[in-house]
Ligand binder design. Structure first.
Ligand SMILES: Cc1ncc(COP(=O)(O)O)c(C=O)c1O
Length: 422
């Protein structure tokens, strides 16, 4: 049985966590802060829990340069449950209610008619933004969902590109748009936005590239991401939400009116205003998960010079370095083909085929990798192939070991071809 230091894990999520964080976690599970009580046993409303929450929020603010929590230009940092998928619904509930509240400040009559104009603009660039758009259609009806772009239509029916913005079809009137939605990094398809797109009421899913590069937070109405890839354990989702779309700076539609107009009313545990008002403590918050995220974030802060802003730049440089190393080896051999277009290659999820998707070669690759302790490299079941997830907790040494294996495997395959034996 291999020990932890004999393997390197490249799974797409849940993903590796820094070993020192897990070592400390095993201690606090038994006894937190010399209280004699384990961290999962303490009340989420205790002073210790409050301190954990405040610490994690403060680290995140520094890492991503998130404006403070006060005033109309401020942002709230919330922790929710229900995963990234829960937020697919939460964003719709919230942005639709907000849109209706804004509408009713201008119009009181003929709301039934006005509501027909409401649009939710989705940029579909991979499996996760597709799922999010499907959830929106389920909640409000497909007639309200405008697919601004569907990348498959520009790439032989497959994801792998981000079509040029001059081919997009955003809704004509900005006032009609309840949200513009994009997924910053498509985990399954290995497609990452080089920079944030434009659009009114911009909402981003950053589940799989959270804390891997600087983000223009102020451009967004909201950003969310599940913790289980770059940040922590499965169990919390982080939402960074602009005060400008939260009470008291903005109104929300009354649930009676939403129901009357046939618009959805979401569960209270996904309701951003409620979670913000209660500083994420509306219901029982898994404080251990928040603690883990805080420890991971503190390590990122400790490794970054204080005069760097945002403080995530140090980690971003390392992520780029690892990704560049791996892509350079893939590009150097015909044995490998990177799936997405070069212009949108993800730094986090590197998707490739071996010999154009030769099942035996891919099986041999995975088997050989496993024998070297390089684990979690199988592509998502929906697309197959190989996927290298290059999250923050994957050390440079692990990327280097994998790089060497990629080189050796290619050489072996090329040699085999030369000998006519493959
Ligand atoms: C980009 C992205 N968004 C959303 C999700 C869904 O997250 P969850 O499984 O936490 O609901 C995932 C899961 O892998 C993801 O990669």
């Amino acid at each position: 049985m291999p020990s932890r230091d004999q393997v390197h894990y490249f799974g797409a999520g849940p993903a590796p966590l820094p070993t020192p964080v897990l070592e400390e976690a095993s201690k606090v599970l038994l006894n937190y802060n010399d209280t004699g009580v384990g961290i999962t046993e303490i009340s989420h409303r205790s002073p210790d829990a409050n301190a954990i929450l405040a610490h994690t929020q403060s680290c995140l603010r520094k890492l991503l340069d998130i404006p403070e929590s006060d005033g109309p230009d401020g942002y709230q940092i919330m922790f929710l449950q229900g995963g990234g998928s829960g937020e697919f619904s939460a964003v719709v509930y919230h942005m639709v209610s907000l849109w209706l509240a804004r509408l009713t400040t201008k119009k009181q009559q003929g709301l039934d008619h006005e509501v027909q104009k409401m649009k939710l603009d989705y940029l579909v660039t991979g499996s996760w933004s597709l799922k999010a758009s499907q959830e929106a259609a389920r909640l409000v009806g497909s007639e309200h969902v405008n697919i601004v772009t569907d990348a498959r239509k520009h790439n032989d029916g497959k994801f792998g590109v981000i079509p040029p913005s001059d081919s997009w079809t955003p809704s004509k009137h900005a006032d009609d748009v309840a949200l513009t939605y994009y997924c910053d990094n498509e985990t399954v398809d290995g497609v990452e936005f080089p920079s944030a797109p434009d659009g009114p009421n911009l909402v981003a899913d950053m589940s799989s590239n959270f804390l891997s590069r600087p983000v223009d937070v102020r451009k967004h109405a909201a950003i969310f991401g599940g913790a289980q890839k770059n940040v922590g354990t499965t169990g919390i989702t982080i939402a960074i939400v602009s005060n400008s779309i939260l009470p008291p700076h903005s109104g929300m539609a009354d649930s009676k009116l939403l129901r009357k107009l046939g618009l959805p009313v979401g569960p209270i545990v996904l309701d951003w205003p409620t979670i913000a008002k209660n500083n994420s403590l509306y219901n029982t918050l898994p404080i251990f998960d928040v603690w883990i995220a805080g420890q991971v974030m503190q390590r990122l802060l400790d490794q970054s010079p204080e005069d760097k802003s945002p403080r995530i730049t140090t980690q971003a440089a390392e992520s780029n370095q690892k990704a560049e190393l791996l892509y350079s080896i893939l590009d150097a051999s015909d044995v490998y083909s990177v799936v997405p277009d070069r212009s949108v290659r993800s730094r986090m999820n590197i998707c490739l085929r071996i010999k154009g998707g030769d099942a035996d070669a891919e099986k041999a690759f995975l088997k050989g990798a496993e024998s070297k302790g390089l684990l979690g490299l199988k592509g998502h079941r929906s697309v197959g192939g190989i996927r290298i997830s290059n999250y923050n907790a994957v050390p440079v040494a692990a990327a280097e070991k994998l790089a060497q294996y990629l080189k050796d495997f290619a050489k072996e395959q090329e040699g085999g071809k030369a000998n006519g034996s493959v």
